[in-house]
Ligand binder design. Structure first.
Ligand SMILES: NC(=O)c1ccc[n+]([C@@H]2O[C@H](COP(=O)([O-])OP(=O)(O)OC[C@H]3O[C@@H](n4cnc5c(N)ncnc54)[C@H](OP(=O)(O)O)[C@@H]3O)[C@@H](O)[C@H]2O)c1
Length: 280
């Protein structure tokens, strides 16, 4: 039995991962945002659901103060994590900002997981020999970061904002895996496939409708989408692999940009600066 922390477990790929991990009898911390949605999920999980085995934590990952609160809950529980799965993510067509004025796709998809992970590590809440899995996307393949517009708030394209945030997931994986090598904590990134979920439905329009149709008719099921991240979280075979990018349970090649150590260093530095601004 492992203690696993999973973000975004109330929908799509994360909800399927929650079900699989519960069925395997792991103990879970799962984040949610919306109480109504959580109640529906709890109802759906009834056949698997065991009060002892799952703790739901309210958190909007684009808000660092809410991340502090959930890290404190884990800390007080005295439970050390075997695995952290940074799954929550969003495509937002409309530009919006968190309370620090940071664009929300960047804040949710990169800065939130960056802060959550580094806080859990600082507080020594992840076991030596543990695993961290970041859910990225093949959308990173076309992205290049712009350090004069790191949160992409000046970008007009929703796809640029999303694909850059997913490149950040790979660069974060690269740097974190180096930093955690001594602690023997592995860090890997997953592209789940094109998956039939509710991603990108923040408001209704023709583009959202087209995306919905593509995901519905071309996408794999959320269960299939969750397969590689559940595999990485639980399988002995991958225990010692770190800094890798996986698709369909196999190691895959990310973009050249995702392998640039100097870019990964700079992203780490700039992300730390933003967080420090929040903390001071
Ligand atoms: N679907 C695909 O084809 C696809 C392809 C490549 C990569 N991915 C990646 O897979 C991951 C999961 O996506 P999905 O397709 O399962 O999407 P989804 O069905 O929309 O589920 C996303 C989950 O993330 C949570 N979330 C979103 N914004 C959040 C925030 N600010 N704070 C906290 N939680 C937040 C959602 O919470 P609520 O339940 O409150 O909305 C939901 O539980 C994402 O990282 C995405 O980039 C998806």
């Amino acid at each position: 039995m492992q203690n696993i922390f999973l973000t975004g477990g109330t929908d799509g790929i994360g909800l399927s991962a929650t079900k699989s991990l519960l069925a395997m009898k792991h103990r879970l911390f799962v984040t949610y945002r919306n109480k109504k949605k959580l109640d529906a999920v709890k109802h759906e999980l009834k056949t698997f659901y065991d009060n002892e085995k799952i703790t739901f934590l309210k958190c909007d990952l684009s808000e660092p103060d809410q991340i502090n609160e959930i890290v404190n809950v884990v800390s007080k529980s005295k439970i050390k994590l075997d695995c952290l799965i940074n799954n929550a993510g969003a495509i937002l067509f409309k530009k919006s900002y968190n309370s620090m004025g940071i664009e929300k796709v960047f804040a949710t998809n990169h800065l939130g997981p960056f802060y959550l992970t580094t806080r859990l590590i600082e507080k020594n809440l992840i076991h030596e020999g543990g695993r961290i899995i970041n859910v990225g996307s093949s959308a990173h393949q076309t992205a290049v970061l712009d350090f004069n517009n790191l949160d992409s708030s000046k970008s007009k394209s929703w796809y640029e904002r999303y694909s850059r945030s997913k490149l950040c997931n790979l660069l974060f994986t690269l740097k974190l895996s180096e930093k955690l090598a001594k602690k023997n904590i592995s860090v890997n990134c997953v592209h789940p496939g094109i998956v039939n979920t509710n991603i990108g439905q923040d408001h209704k329009g023709i583009l959202q409708f087209i995306i919905r149709l593509i995901l519905k008719y071309r996408g794999i099921s959320p269960e299939e989408g969750a397969d590689t991240l559940v595999y990485l979280a639980t399988n002995e075979i991958v225990q010692n692999l770190s800094g890798k990018y996986f698709i369909n349970r196999s190691e895959s090649k990310p973009s050249k940009e995702a392998l640039k150590s100097d870019i990964a260093d700079r992203l780490w530095l700039e992300s730390t600066k933003i967080i420090d601004r929040f903390s001071s």
